[in-house]
Design a protein around this ligand. Sequence first.
Ligand code: ADP
Ligand code: MG
Length: 606
Amino acid sequence: MEVATASRSSAVEEDASRKRKRYGRREEPEEGRTGSDANNGNGEDDEGEGVEKWVPLKQRKKMLREKLDLRRKRKTGANVEEEEQVVEEIPTAGPRAMRSLLDEKVEMLQQGEGEPLDPKQEIQIEEAEMLDDTAKEAKILIPVGQRAKDITFSDSIETSWRPPRWVREMSEEDCQEIRDEWHILVEGERVPNPIKRFEDMKFPRPIIESLRDKGIKKPTPIQIQGLPVILSGRDMIGLAFTGSGKTLVFSLPLIMLALEEEKKMPITSGEGPFGIIVCPSRELAKQTHSVISRICDYLARAGNPQLRTLLCIGGVPFKEQADLVRRGIHMIVATPGRLLDFLKKKKFTLNLCKYLALDEADRLVDMGFEEDLSGVTKKIQDFAKKALVQPVVVNVGRAGAANLDVIQEVEYVKQEAKIVYLLECLQKTPPPVLIFCESKTDVDDIHEYLLLKGVEAVAVHGGKDQEEREYAMSSFREGKKDVLVATDVASKGLDFPDIQHVINYDMPKEIENYTGIATTFINKNCEETILLDLKHLLLEAKQRVPAVLSSLTGEDVAVEEIGGVKGCAFCGGLGHRIANCPKRAHATQKQAAGTSSREVLTGGDY
Ligand code: ADP
Ligand code: MG
């Protein structure tokens, strides 16, 4: 769950900034807090009235840490004051909006003051600190502000969308109940209320019908919470499993925005777009483009203006795309390279652009599009200045997906035997079958081997030309070919509804959950942390654990639930805790080397 990794830390950074604001909340009496709590402090926050009832969280944490002897080179009295000044200027909102789950945990611990902390609680505090530190090291939310140097940004985008009155009037408890029911975790200030029906999200009838005709009747958890967030004009970092319907979360609000704008003031030649969606692969861009175009067609057929969406990807003749631009475009779905090209050539402007979504944001970075993307964001500073204002993090994490509906089979196969064993493995189910591997060379080798053996296979990776890629994708989608071999990069985010069997030729960094059977090849070349994560995932899903994995032993505490977290608080892996997380180590190294892969997430709503 690479994306999860990224935004989990974003969430924490956000949290850190919110903690400051919480200082402004003195007036609220807190039950269960005793005068002695405050007296334990050293008085640096003494502000007179009512203070004995309220000890700032930071200070309470500090006291707790001192107690645990876990205190590090942390804050001095001076910077506490400094932070406090900042805080006074920031208006406060409803009480719950100010707190993160983490804060509440620490506070709960605090309330049990009298008793000594057990080792689990110590781990919890320590992990909270590590997350905090990681977020600070990565400076996740700061760079956009720095990039858009002279520009300050403080307001969310205004939209005219309003939830129905009864939704607005829902109590915090009602909202929380819905979130709990669907395992939705939220972070952020004044998080918009979740909505359980598309109709109540006030989508026009043709949109509802277009969804219905696709068998989409009820929103998924990420949609229940994510759509109201974006429709309200708030920035969002959204995390949820493959197949959980994220595309609609960022597409529907853009369509709504474009429709509204077009109705207000139709765009003319050369104008637009109102929003851009960036994807890591051409295939994914095409898929998202067709999802959007289909909905726009439903709208147009019902008498609404025809919205035009530009598919801005490499490998397609410039001319075709340029023609559409000349007519004026409402939305763009793009890969970074071609988007940058268009911007450089001033094919369109961003004067009207209000919305940016980065799909598979972490993957965009992994693929080395960092440069391109920062180019894009530089180009759109005016737009980027609006990025991530009081972002809301919506995370439908593993908790919601504990009942894996995939049979995971893990097989120990020696490196040199893998390709031959594939044939046998293909016998497990009827087609269609997906084979993922890490390198382009492997894709080519496997493809060639399967063809030689008479298997109807096609292959996709970034090194192939567009024609080949398109042929592979369409023939596989249409069922003319049985097997698609692809790098996981090229296939990330693609939606193949009828897949029977996914073969992970190389142990993937994250396990995608297409339904059906998944076979994963492992051998000595695999990293042990990843194998341990896999082992615990299988255990949790109550699936068979092969001997080679069960003999692996990791940290005992990894699988215990501490502070609401099983496994790693940073990457979500189940076989280790944050202290041993290779991804965290990698992120920290990158940061030290001066590149922050995470800032890119700040560029978008998704
Ligand atoms: P993700 O991007 O989260 O991996 P997608 O947006 O690609 O997932 O959606 C996966 C599939 O689920 C698509 O075929 C989509 O049409 C379908 N889908 C999306 N939302 C719903 C829903 N609310 N109910 C049923 N199916 C849905
Ligand atoms: Mg997706």
